[in-house]
Design a binder for this molecule. Structure first.
Ligand SMILES: *Cc1c(COP(=O)(O)O)cnc(C)c1O
Length: 382
C-alpha cells in the first residue's frame, strides 16, 4: 500500500459493534471482565485502549514498522527509550539536539549515571574514538533544529551495528512522509506527534515505532509501568489529523521550496538554511535519505542584530510568533530568545545560532499570501 492510502486506512477498521467508519473515542478507564483475568484484550486503559491501539497501528504502518507505541508527549516517548539503559551506559548524540532532549539527557539522566556524548554527528567519523563497550545507543535527530543539518542515518547504523548499539532517530522534523529511518536500519523511530502527525496544533503527543518484538515488549512494559500514555480523545484527534498527512506534507514541501528560493534572493537576508539547496553542506545525504525537503527553514538577516529580528517578527501578520512547528498555520520563531534561550550566547554563536536567526515552520496556506506577508515585513526593517 502506498503512503496516502496508508494514511487514510492503516490501523482503522469500521467499529465492529456499529459499523462507524471513524474509530470511536473509547473514553473509559477500565473494562468489564467475564471472569477474573478473562477479557477481550483490554483490562485497564493505562495498558491498552482501542482508540490508542488504532493510532499506534496507523503510525507504525506509516513508518514501515511492525509495532507502534504512543506516549503523552514527545518527551514521554524519548524518556521511555532512555529508560532502556542502565547506569554506566553511554549514549552518542548530536550537539544541536532539540532543547528538551538535551535538557532531559543532561539534567535528568546524567544524575542516574548515564553518560551522553554531544558531538557533531554530520561527520560520523567523529564517533569512532568515542565508541566503546559501554556505548548502548545512538540518538539521532535529522534534520536538526534550527540549522537544518542532516545526519547520515545509514552511516550511523553501519557503525552502531558493528558495536551492537541501538540506533534511535527523532524523525519529528521530516515526518514519516519524508523519511523512514527503520528502512535505513534504525531500531527505533521517535516522533513528537504534536508536530506534523497531529498537524493541527491541538494535541501534545509522542510515539515510538520499532520492528523488533523484544524491543517492543520492553518499551511497552516501560509505557505501562511508568504510565506516560495519551488519552483516547487526543488519540482520535491524531487519527483524524493523519488522514491528510500526505496532502499537508505535499503543500508544506511546495511552500517550503517557494519561500526558501524567495529568501535566498532577498537583499536583506544573510544566510538561508534549507536542505533542498544544492549547496547545503549535507544536500547529498538529504537527497539520499529524504523524499523531499520539507517546510522547515531558518535564515539570518543581513543586519544580524536581535533588535532587527524582533522588528521583523513584530511586522509579520500571517506568520504567528510561536514555538512548535508542523501545523497547518505558518509560525515564526526566534531561537536565540525563545527555543534556545538557555544556551549561553558565546556557545550559541559558536554553533551558528546568530542573534538575528529566525526559524519558519511553513504552513499550508497559499504561498502568494505568505510571500506578501514576508515582503511587507522586510520593507519595515533596515
Ligand atoms: C517538539 C519536539 C520534541 C518534543 O516533543 P513534545 O511533544 O513537545 O514533548 C522532540 N523532538 C523534536 C525534534 C521536537 O520538535
Amino acid at each position: 500500500m502506498k503512503f496516502g492510502t496508508k494514511a487514510i486506512h492503516a490501523g482503522v477498521e469500521p467499529d465492529p459493534s456499529t459499523g462507524a467508519i471513524m474509530t470511536p473515542i473509547f473514553q473509559t478507564s477500565t473494562y468489564v471482565q467475564e471472569s477474573p483475568a478473562k477479557h477481550k484484550g483490554y483490562a485497564y486503559a493505562r495498558g491498552a485502549n482501542p482508540t490508542r491501539n488504532s493510532l499506534q497501528k496507523s503510525i507504525a504502518a506509516l513508518e514501515n514498522g511492525k509495532f507502534g507505541l504512543c506516549f503523552s508527549s514527545g518527551m514521554g516517548a524519548t524518556d521511555a527509550v532512555i529508560r532502556l539503559l542502565n547506569p554506566g551506559d553511554e549514549v552518542i548524540t548530536s550537539n544541536d539536539l532539540y532543547g528538551g532532549s538535551y535538557r532531559m539527557f543532561k539534567r535528568v539522566y546524567e544524575r542516574f549515571g548515564i553518560k551522553f556524548h554531544f558531538i557533531d554527528l554530520t561527520d560520523v567519523k567523529n564517533t569512532e574514538s568515542l565508541i566503546n563497550e559501554k556505548t548502548k545507543l545512538f540518538w539521532i535527530e535529522t534534520p536538526s533544529n534550527p540549522l537544518m543539518r542532516i545526519i547520515d542515518i545509514g552511516a550511523c547504523v553501519a557503525l552502531a551495528k558493528k558495536k551492537n548499539c541501538l540506533v534511535a532517530v527523532d524523525n519529528t522534523f521530516a515526518s514519516p512522509y519524508l523519511q523512514n529511518p527503520l528502512d535505513l536500519g534504525a531500531d527505533i523511530v521517535m516522533h513528537s506527534v504534536t508536530k506534523y502527525l497531529g498537524g493541527h496544533s491541538d494535541v501534545i503527543m509522542g510515539a515510538l515505532v520499532v520492528n523488533n518484538e523484544k524491543l517492543y515488549q520492553d518499551l511497552a512494559f516501560i509505557a505501562n509501568a511508568c504510565g506516560a500514555v495519551p488519552g483516547p480523545q487526543d488519540s482520535f484527534l491524531v487519527l483524524r489529523g493523519i488522514k491528510t498527512l500526505h496532502l499537508r506534507m505535499e503543500r508544506h514541501c511546495q511552500n517550503g521550496r517557494i519561500i526558501a528560493d524567495y529568501l535566498r534572493n532577498h537583499a536583506k537576508i544573510g544566510k538561508v538554511y534549507w536542505p533542498g539547496f544544492a549547496d547545503h553542506p549535507n544536500h547529498a545525504i538529504a537527497r539520499k535519505q529524504m523524499r523531499d525537503f520539507g517546510g522547515m527553514l531558518s535564515f539570518t538577516l543581513r543586519d544580524d542584530r536581535e533588535e532587527t529580528a524582533r522588528q521583523f517578527m513584530e511586522s509579520v501578520a500571517l506568520f504567528s510568533l510561536a514555538e512548535s512547528l508542523g501545523g497547518v498555520e505558518s509560525l515564526i520563531n526566534h531561537p536565540a530568545s525563545m527555543t534556545h534561550a538557555s544556551i549561553p550566547r558565546e556557545e550559541r554563536l559558536k554553533n551558528g545560532l546568530t542573534d538575528s536567526l529566525i526559524r519558519l515552520s511553513i504552513g499550508v496556506e497559499d504561498s502568494e499570501d505568505l510571500l506578501e506577508d514576508l515582503n511587507q515585513a522586510f520593507s519595515k526593517i533596515a
